[in-house]
Design a protein around this ligand. Structure first.
Ligand code: GLU
Length: 457
């Protein structure tokens, strides 16, 4: 069996880090099992779904390093859902209901006061053909419910019906179908809720593993019953915990909080996002993985915690730094060129500054300092200024080799008697204007003799 997974967002907004967790769990699972990954857009809600969001989501997942084997849109597959609907009707497990939301609400209240669970009482099943015709003649259109298989002979005598599956992430899970209302599959206006198209597609696309957030655990009980009603073997399910903000709020596509788009524009590297999105809330240490293959090595679905995990965006910056510190020049060549860093010094420059960057774009700051001199010269005490003039006068002639910094500072130390911070800090300030930064031994050859002397106070 080929492992086949899918990532199935509704294109009603851009994806956030929590959605990325779902996408990545699926992608890594496919990667580990040499499987297929289907990008499926659950866009049956044609009002709220937008092609621009679907395009944006594709852009975001590509940026993260996910490359689907196929891309599907539910809005192009309505015939299949209509066909499944007819089959369910013919099997007597999809029945028309006419209650308005207000009527349902009232019934729920009545059930509660009687100490009954607030589930749908299947009243519509009792309607005769005449009663249905009359309701329709009043202009009522039916919505359609799936008759859950939670009874032996009489649908009004429900009994505990355990649907059990071995969850890839959570271990054994059970849902009692008698605790649920028959789900509405098709609305009165003929539009589909998510459940039926999802199961139809999972069957039609040969999805072998459904990996998604644990907000779907109860749905899984219903969906397993629906797979069976449609004559299919249910796939394997895995439900991962959800991510929340540091204050414990859920993430929402609508608010744009922690969207992949916003993280990208803040200069966070895709592998920093992917590493945190996958490893947070698992028993693995959160650290920056340089590639998807490396992350796949660490990915172990069953090590995921069962409770929600807080996601701290500050951790992204820490991971980002770690990635940049080890990032080879080839991986950033184009982005540096886009920042105007493309001459023959680019590689040596990158290797010199990468350890001091939070984001790739910060490289431009150091490039400017090298090219134009410090942004602002700190006011140095007079004895430091005298020291610096003496020091610059000792700068070796070119050609320079790799030990120029050591040679120069050795001479300066000997001539001035200064050492340690008293020697290096004034030099660092004169050369870069900053108290911290890349190794001066690496920067000096990039400045060259002329560039260095231009910084003599
Ligand atoms: N469109 C559904 C969602 O975004 C898909 C859930 C699933 O993976 O089955 O919640």
């Amino acid at each position: 069996m080929t492992v086949t997974v899918r990532f199935a967002p509704s294109p009603t907004g851009r994806i956030h880090i929590g959605n990325a967790r779902t996408a990545l769990f699926n992608w890594l699972f496919a990667l580990k099992n040499k499987g297929r990954f289907i990008q499926r857009f659950d866009d049956t809600d044609v009002e709220r779904s937008k092609q621009e969001y679907a395009d944006g989501i594709l852009y975001d997942i590509h940026w993260l390093g996910i490359f689907p084997d196929a891309t599907e849109y539910q809005s192009r597959r309505f015939d299949l859902y209509a066909d499944a609907m007819e089959r369910l009707k013919a099997a007597g497990v999809l029945y028309p209901c006419y209650e308005t939301p207000e009527e349902l609400d009232l019934r729920r209240k009545v059930r509660r006061t009687r100490g009954l669970p607030p589930v749908y009482g299947r009243e519509a099943l009792k309607l005769t053909a005449d009663e249905r015709a009359e309701l329709e003649s009043e202009g009522r259109k039916p919505h359609w419910r799936f008759l859950l298989p939670n009874f032996t002979a009489d649908p009004f005598e429900t009994e505990r019906t355990e649907i059990t599956w071995n969850d890839l992430i959570r271990g054994e899970e059970t849902v009692d179908l008698a605790s649920l209302s028959d789900p509405v599959l098709v609305r009165a206006d003929g539009t589909y809720l998510y459940t039926l198209p999802s199961v139809v597609d999972d069957i039609d696309m040969g999805v072998s593993h459904i990996i998604r957030g644990d907000d779907h655990v109860t749905n899984t009980g219903v969906q397993i019953a629906l797979f069976k009603a449609l004559g299919a073997e249910p796939p394997v399910f895995g439900h991962h915990n959800l991510l929340t903000t540091t204050s414990g709020e859920g993430l929402s596509k609508r608010t744009g909080a922690l969207s992949i788009e916003s993280l990208r524009s803040e200069g966070i590297e895709p592998m920093a996002v992917a590493s945190l999105a996958v490893l947070v809330g698992t028993s693995e240490n959160v650290s920056a993985m340089a590639s998807m293959d490396e992350l796949a090595e660490k990915f172990e679905p069953a090590s995921t915690s069962k409770s929600a995990s807080k996601f701290d965006p500050d951790e992204l910056v820490v991971l980002n730094k770690a990635l940049l510190h080890a990032m080879p020049f080839e991986a950033v060549r184009d982005r540096l060129a886009a920042l105007g860093i493309s001459d023959e010094r680019a590689e040596a420059f990158w290797l010199a500054v990468r350890g001091n960057l939070e984001k790739v774009s910060d490289a431009a700051i150091w490039w400017r300092i090298l090219r134009d001199g410090p942004d602002e010269l700190p006011a140095l005490p007079i004895d430091d200024r005298i020291f610096l003039r003496d020091a610059f006068d000792l700068l070796p002639e070119e050609p320079w080799n790799g030990s120029v910094w050591r040679d120069w500072t050795g001479k300066v130390k000997e001539a001035t008697g200064r050492k340690g911070k008293a020697l290096f800090m004034p030099l660092r300030l004169a050369l870069t204007g900053r108290e911290q930064g890349p190794e001066l031994a690496d920067l000096l050859p990039l400045l060259g003799r002329e560039g260095t002397l231009a910084r003599r106070p």
